[in-house]
Design a protein around this ligand. Structure first.
Ligand code: ADP
Ligand code: MG
Length: 262
């Protein structure tokens, strides 16, 4: 794909090192390392239950964990509490990191009682305290960019799933984040609507956005990623450049997974 190469010489935007995470007694992330440099697109693939969403939620500082480091632009997350269930402990740091790693969810999570424009403007206004006129201009710009500039005054229920997900992407962009985190952004959509969201994600990749994308869409992962990580039961089973990983997978499990998702 024709896109600027990422900035591998710089301190990465996001580094996850040796992350361990349990739900009660069940260890679901067993020592995972993930790096996303500025401009890099990293995709996480793997069977249901392999830990993909948990990793994104940990990166967004929504979960406790037991061990390992998470660094945003080289700055380690400061933890509070002991080994079994430490949480990110500095509210200012959490806010700063979370607003810089803007998340897009499978189920869009738009506010039903707000118009599309209000949905996009809400967090920049209330969380970041930015100027209303400036936020509105930027919200309209991002809604245009994802192709739904004419839906500003509609409510989420009046939009198709594909349009709602594009509104959710505009909302994430309006935070002006350093990186975008996508959790299965197309899996709640009918196949014909999936493509309009894939198109937007491809455009974002082509303009050099830093993204961590959990997806079941192997074609999209192959098209947009610089690096693909295959997870199995909370561990990285195999990773590499998409051409190599999809074209010549080493692990038997990855071969099985890929043939099952054809
Ligand atoms: P994926 O996104 O790859 O499908 P998840 O990260 O959602 O996987 O889940 C990884 C494992 O953690 C699964 O075994 C799942 O059942 C378990 N899990 C996820 N969320 C919770 C939770 N809130 N409480 C207990 N177990 C959970
Ligand atoms: Mg998931």
């Amino acid at each position: 794909m024709d896109k600027p190469s990422f900035h591998a010489e710089e301190t990465p935007v996001l580094q996850i090192r040796d992350l361990h995470k349990a739900y009660g007694e069940l260890e679901v992330i067993k020592g995972v390392d993930i790096v996303a440099h500025r401009g890099e697109v990293v995709s996480l693939i793997g069977s249901s239950g392999s830990g993909k969403s948990t990793i994104l939620r940990c990166a967004n500082l929504l979960e406790d964990s037991q061990q390992g480091d998470i660094l945003f632009k080289g700055e380690p997350v400061r933890w509070k509490g002991g080994g079994h269930g430490r949480m990110p402990g500095d509210p200012k740091q959490v806010l700063r990191i979370r607003t810089n790693l803007s998340m897009v969810f499978q189920q869009f999570n738009l506010w039903a009682h707000m118009t599309i424009l209000q949905n996009v403007m809400e967090a920049p206004l209330t969380v970041l305290g930015r100027d209303r006129a400036e936020v509105e201009a930027s919200a309209r710009k991002y809604l245009d960019k994802v192709g739904i500039g004419d839906k500003c005054d509609a409510y989420p229920a009046q939009l198709s799933g594909g349009q709602q997900q594009r509104a959710a992407i505009a909302r994430a962009l309006c935070m002006e984040p350093e990186a975008l985190l996508f959790d299965e952004p197309t899996s709640a959509l009918d196949p014909e609507l999936e493509q309009e969201v894939v198109r937007v994600i491809k455009d974002l990749a082509a303009e050099g956005r830093t993204m961590l994308i959990v997806t079941h869409d192997m074609k999209m992962a192959a098209d947009v990623s610089d690096h693909v990580v295959f997870l199995h039961q909370g561990l990285i089973e195999e990773q590499g450049a998409p051409d190599r990983l999809f074209g010549a997978p080493n692990s038997e499990r990855l071969r099985g997974f890929l043939s099952a998702t054809q």
